[in-house]
Design a binder for this molecule. Sequence first.
Ligand code: COA
Ligand code: THG
Length: 558
Amino acid sequence: MRVLFLCYRFNSLSQRLYCELTERGYEVSVELDVHPELTREAVSLYKPDLIIAPFLRRKIPKDVWEKVPTFIIHPGPPGDRGPHAIDRALLSSKKVWGVSVLGASEEYDAGDVWAFREFPMRFAKKSSLYRNETTEGAVEAVLEAIEKFKKGKRPTPQGEGWWNEVRKEERYVRWEEGTETILRKIHASDTQPGAVANVLGKEYYIFDAHKEGELRGKPGEILAVRDSAVCIATPDGAIWVGHAREKKKESIKLPAVEVFNLPDSVKEVPLKPWESVPFPTYREIEYEERDSIGFITFRFYNGAMSTERCERLREAVRYAKKRPIKAIVLLGGEDFFSSGMNLNTIENAESPADESWRNINAMDDLCEEILTTPDKLTVSALRANAGAGGVFLALTCDLVFAREGVVLNPHYKNIGNLYGSEFWTYTLPRRVGWERARQIVNNRLPISARKAKELGLIDDVFEKTPKAFLTKLEEKIKSFINSPRFHRFIEEKKKERSSPAFLEEIKRAREHELERMRLSFYGFDTSYHIARYYFVRRKPHFRTPPYLAVHRRPQKKA
Ligand code: COA
Ligand code: THG
């Protein structure tokens, strides 16, 4: 069966569905929504049996969905219509929400229901709900809808519905409002379009908010800075704002300290990952120990790892290396494991080339810190997606585990043909051999964790829910570190990681990779700088790249 995806962007949900369908044997081609004429052209070139729109913001022309059955994924239950499904669910404190597979119709989201799933709502960022509950529900519902379609069954009419559009005023944050209301507004507007707030006399879009349990002040007062986030007082407490964007065209989302015009008097209130506090607060990195295992959680917004974040995470790894424990586990965050170096902070730097160089070196320093752990087991535990350098950061550990449903993009080329670093030329061929390593990094498409295990890229995949994944992960590690095999494993690891041959090999890998990266940052070819410019500004595509659009690849002559 041939399926055509129509997407505004090939976002996380589109990628997950792409993996689920292609790995089940469906032929899938992707067309990005550039222009209705191009959509028509894609349909006539590819001749799909079915069209799926996992993430689309414009209307599919009537002549298209009349010709080919078309599924729209709507991130709300049947009846809900419009562009702000999860936003509205959060703002109106829904207890249960859902995701639907609808037939395309003339009116937005009013088509027949092919399948849907419901789930309990969580008080979290819109993007977190989207990347977890909505995505898992959508996969199940799409598979069910395809089965129905193949059996020739018909969808059910949707009946009356309600329009979910959220007005601008509903996203406006007043610091005199309660903490809970403010958090709700910021959560409901995460990713796009952002909540608006006045900070020190100027309006900004703000994102990535967290509750603070101790610091207090007058509503709107700036109380402190930590891990690039800014703490702002509310009447009944305070919140941390992690990210913000200037209210002007072409501005990009950045760590809050880089955006607000903060007075010098604002104090940094550091909190080390291993220090514990008895109240809710915010920090990006947390270190916990249980049963001789050190767990490092790093919740970096969008998974993006700026120079400073790499340095802070390296400090946590260095701390763990000195502890009397047997294993160190990198847990990433709940929404992302890691997406590699931070293209937004690079773009914002005075010299993006210099900042790219600093950032990749900081990534490599972190990777090297992990690779040179002599006397402990290191484990990467991917609870969520990883891309580019984030995948290869994971591969610097002895063992790499992922939750089912995780999507990996183990390649760098989609951002201006980067060669990549993070010691991939050392870790990847060691796992899969050189031939397969080349295939993996040259393939620009996402792969599921399951597929990654088949390829030998990662060691194991288990459990669907984040909770079950963590429980099983801990069991697995405990059983290994308490087994007789473990002693021998550590003895061998110590020998290997202190040998001059190993140190020489990783030194050479790093130098070789950075040589190639330097060319992308400072060389004649500006592809990387151009690709980054469009990426961070979230510009729509001008065309669908051929690696996505099978139907647009030059036809081989018979
Ligand atoms: N450096 C910096 N930023 C990086 C990065 C890196 N190395 N790697 C990834 N990112 C960022 C991207 O810029 C993007 O940022 P943004 O979301 O702040 O713009 C983010 O990480 C992830 O991108 P993407 O995969 O495209 O998004 P997503 O699918 O994970 O989530 C949604 C975005 C879905 C939450 C958002 O599109 C949305 O609001 N959707 C819900 C509503 C909906 O589906 N509507 C359609 C009508 S029915
Ligand atoms: N039928 C057809 N095409 C569709 C849908 C459909 N295309 C995708 C769409 N469903 C997904 N749902 C929506 C619902 C509303 C809006 C966009 C996608 C919407 N758009 C604003 C507009 O058109 O003015 C712009 C909103 C924005 O960009 O934030 O309201 O069921 N045939």
